[in-house]
Design a protein around this ligand. Structure first.
Ligand code: NAD
Length: 298
């Protein structure tokens, strides 16, 4: 048993935001105001919270921030038209459509309609390909990019490390695994998922364990290799009558029992969560830089 380092995502995110503030000032001085449009269809309460904090962070940094809230009955064509208008708007450098949309919307088609040069979520197939190809002009999905930043800032070596990623979603698990196996990180990566056999045994191999499942406190103490680094991506709302909200947030890792076995671990909340918005701001600045450079190229 060790005293683990509790990775403070809030302070790392605050430092990334300060870097973004300096870069925004430099762009504003060149007459370029980074612009981010966030589109929300329907009134999912968690999505409203995320969209609100993305817009607030944009305004705090001096971005042009556009929040488009559409009713749940918005149809596919109406949503695609909003995306096309944003693609054509020169004041907008980044576009994201908050996930999940209502069930009648084909989310994949909406993602494909976003101009890949403005796809700051990094979900468009062109950006997925650039991630595979390790092309730095692509956009890396914000949550796995945030996890990598936490590992980097905490000085956690990835080269040659055994990394296990639980979850194979396009938003977290797959891009996370690609980043860890890249020529920059050089980890040996296993991706586990709902059909994996002996998940506890797979996790016990991990020097770095990333949990991105969406199942509260699934990862237990006896799944952890002593001294491992555990990054908990899960954000789960668990009913809690003692809270005014009626719920509390918990991760995919049983923090209290797991932490004593780790060298370092992220808490929920206050770990990966704050990093996602910070990396979104970084991606929007990248889009603004790249689009402006392209517009002045001969
Ligand atoms: P998802 O539902 O798209 O994917 C979940 C993955 O977990 C799937 O690949 C599935 O195969 C795997 N899985 C499900 N049950 C399993 C089991 N019993 N054993 C092993 N694997 C299992 O979810 P997602 O979008 O990748 O999100 C995962 C979690 O991360 C959620 O709690 C979500 O809220 C959270 N999340 C957090 C942030 C953030 O900013 N911190 C961002 C995105 C997602």
């Amino acid at each position: 048993m060790t005293t683990p380092h509790i990775i403070d995502g809030k302070s790392v995110a605050a430092a990334v935001i300060e870097e973004c503030r300096a870069e925004t000032a430099a762009l504003l001085a060149q007459g370029i105001q980074p612009g981010l449009a966030v589109v929300l269809v329907g009134s999912d309460p968690a999505s409203q919270v995320y969209v609100g904090s993305k817009a607030r962070t944009c305004l705090d940094l001096g971005f042009h921030s556009l929040k488009i809230e559409l009713p749940a009955e918005t149809n596919q064509e109406q949503l695609l038209q909003v995306v096309r208008d944003l693609n054509a708007d020169p004041a907008i450098h980044g576009i994201l459509v908050q996930s999940p949309p209502p069930p009648h919307i084909d989310e994949e088609a909406v993602i494909r309609a976003i101009d890949p040069r403005k796809d700051v979520d990094g979900f468009h197939p062109e950006n997925v390909a650039k991630l595979v190809l390790e092309d730095p002009t692509g956009f890396v999905p914000c949550t796995p990019a945030g996890c990598m930043k936490l590992l980097e800032v905490c000085g956690i070596p990835t080269a040659g490390a055994e990394a296990v990623v639980i979850g194979r979603s396009m938003i977290v698990g797959k891009p996370m695994a690609l980043l860890l196996v890249s020529k920059v990180s050089n980890a040996t990566v296993t991706i586990a998922h709902s059909r994996s056999k002996d998940l506890p045994g797979i996790c016990r191999r991990a020097d770095i364990l990333i949990a991105a499942v969406g199942r509260p406190e699934m990862v237990k103490a006896d799944w952890i290799k002593p001294g491992a680094v555990v990054i908990d991506v899960g954000i789960n709302r668990v009913p809690d009558a003692s809270r005014k909200s009626g719920f509390r947030l918990t991760g995919d890792v049983a923090f209290t029992e797991v932490a004593p076995h780790c060298a370092a671990i992220t808490p929920v909340p206050g770990g990966v969560g704050p990093m996602t918005i910070a990396m979104l701001m970084k991606n929007t600045l990248q889009a603004a830089r790249q689009l402006s450079a392209a517009s002045i190229a001969p």
